[in-house]
Design a protein around this ligand. Structure first.
Ligand code: DC
Length: 226
């Protein structure tokens, strides 16, 4: 079977990483979470004192060549994001980092830097990548493009439960507001806004179980590999 590129785009908390990871495991492909890369840049900006002034974004852009992001495979097969060799998987998942990621991801130079890295990762194909611009900008010729969506209330409830499970004390109203703000920023930014590629297949998982969704996606994947 030929190796292909699978591009998965969609809104925040739609379960993109879950299905991307499951499909990558099924196919024996590499999985790349591009949201984690934007989050790692955001963490760098939050931590580096040179980026704390009013000109923080300009400093960040100058410092981009010093930002090295990778994924370290763990003994259980899961992946941890690394920033300049440091495992930052836990830190990048905090709400504050997510909010900053939404800001840095609207900066053209940041996007260009990460898109180049992502294209390099997919050079040999055999990759499942998820994000917001994978099927439109990173791999416009991907053999399989999925656009995931779900009702915003359903997504907020999932996100709320995830935060609870992590021991945080989320407030439902804040989680929903945060999600809607991010959706707005993702779809309205000037640089590579979140849009559905014309040839993407929409998967609305509001009322699909994980198993049902996986079966549907595996079918599409098998068709494209032929
Ligand atoms: O999917 P996520 O919540 O981990 O993404 C973090 C932020 O990065 C979010 O605001 C969207 C943005 N992002 C992006 O602009 N392009 C991508 N390919 C992936 C994420």
């Amino acid at each position: 079977m030929r190796k292909i590129i699978v591009a998965i785009d969609g809104y925040s908390s739609c379960g993109k990483s879950t299905i991307a990871r499951q499909l990558a495991r099924y196919a024996g492909y590499r999985y790349v979470d591009t949201g984690a890369m934007y989050r790692a840049v955001a963490l760098f900006m939050l931590e580096d004192e040179r980026c704390q002034g009013a000109d923080g974004i300009e400093r960040l852009v100058e410092l981009l060549p010093d930002i090295h992001i990778d994924f370290a495979v763990q003994a259980d097969g899961s992946q941890h994001t690394t920033l300049n060799g440091r495992d930052v998987e836990q830190q990048i998942r905090h709400l504050e980092v997510g909010n900053k990621a939404s800001i840095v991801s609207s900066v053209k130079a940041v996007r260009q830097y990460l898109v180049k890295m992502q294209q390099e990762m997919g050079r040999e194909k055999g990759i499942v990548m998820d994000g917001r611009d994978i099927g439109t900008v990173v791999f416009p010729k991907a053999e399989l493009k999925l656009f995931l969506t779900a009702d915003s209330q359903v997504r907020a409830t999932r996100r709320y439960n995830e935060l609870l499970a992590k021991g945080e004390k989320p407030v439902m109203e804040d989680v929903l507001n945060d999600l809607q703000t991010r959706d707005w920023r993702d779809t309205h930014r000037e640089e590579s806004p979140l849009v559905q590629a014309a040839d993407a297949i929409v998967v609305d998982n509001s009322h699909l179980s994980e198993e049902e969704q996986l079966q549907k996606v595996i079918e599409l994947f098998e068709q494209r590999c032929k």
